[in-house]
Design a protein around this ligand. Sequence first.
Ligand code: ATP
Length: 364
Amino acid sequence: MAAIEMRNIVKEYGDGFKAVNDISLDIADGEFMILVGPSGCGKSTLLRMIVGLEDITSGDMVIGGDRVNEKAPRDRNLSMVFQNYALYPHLTVFENIAFPLRLNKKVSEDEIRRRVKEAADMLELNEHLERKPANLSGGQRQRVAMGRAIVRQVNAFLFDEPLSNLDAKLRGQMRTEISRMQRRLGTTTVYVTHDQTEAMTLGDRVAVLRRGFLQQVASPRELYEQPVNMFVAGFIGSPPMNFLPAVVAGQRLQLPFLEVDLPAKAAGKVTDGQLLIAGMRPDHFEDARLLDPAKRERGALFRAKVDVTEWLGDSQYAYIPFEANEEVTRQLAELAAELDSEALRTQLIISIDAMSRLRENQEA
Ligand code: ATP
């Protein structure tokens, strides 16, 4: 096992395009780090540079204290699990898992048997050891790929969207298994995904990337509660954070259909009359009809016309269209461009406890 340190890593392709731009990131020994971001943000490129499948244009990649920039992948002692599993079709499950061990002539046949059995036990593959990959389900194939990764002692596991070919239910199961396996083995792990749930549930910390730049590295909770910019705020959380036009009015903030107290952390940083974009999570709204009067008085009440509702069993989402006046909309567009954000929305999404039984088109 080993820590992974990245110092000012850049990946520039032939045309001068920087897929990874000056990224510095420290992953502690035994840590489970997620790399997340929209398609094309550079997360796979970064992972491939750790493993050695992609040259590093500049910067230092240090694994277990050794600078590995020029080291071939096989000399880095890492295991990678790919999205497409990359199994050998002509080999049995046993031989697929044993493959990395057979590359090392010093490992005895007994040792190979013992280690494959141990990996197969952990991944519940014992019954399938003599089958070929073609005769396995997608989930089983994924397990074989993981078996091959964990069969030898490595500095780190690297996962590149390993669950994206599985259906939603299986993805959920495998997610739990990966989490359990990583905790049990305690091996440093870097996991690339664009899936919110995987990002928020699997990792000790999450690194959010956008257009080759690192935006924030933090625990899932901190990302959700303390996003450093509008991109992270809008990217993390589902349904996404609402971004509403807001005007500072003394100690209050005027929003399209309600007025709230200026958040304490904004005090001193804004001026009266300033136009802002206010972020409010859908789950920070409550159905006033269900609140006891004391609590209701502490909040900001509003009435709005609900356009669409989506019922999800334990909660439901209500969509409320709104319009800001033309001048505000124009100024906001400028502000959003300045913040390099595409995130301005024209509807408010609120998440309401299913108990409130909000009906379509009902006034809330
Ligand atoms: P996805 O989730 O879609 O896989 P990603 O975040 O993993 O996206 P990368 O595969 O790392 O993104 O690609 C980052 C950027 O680098 C993309 O804009 C991609 O088009 C570009 N890119 C990747 N490989 C090359 C290449 N060989 N030559 C030029 N540009 C490339």
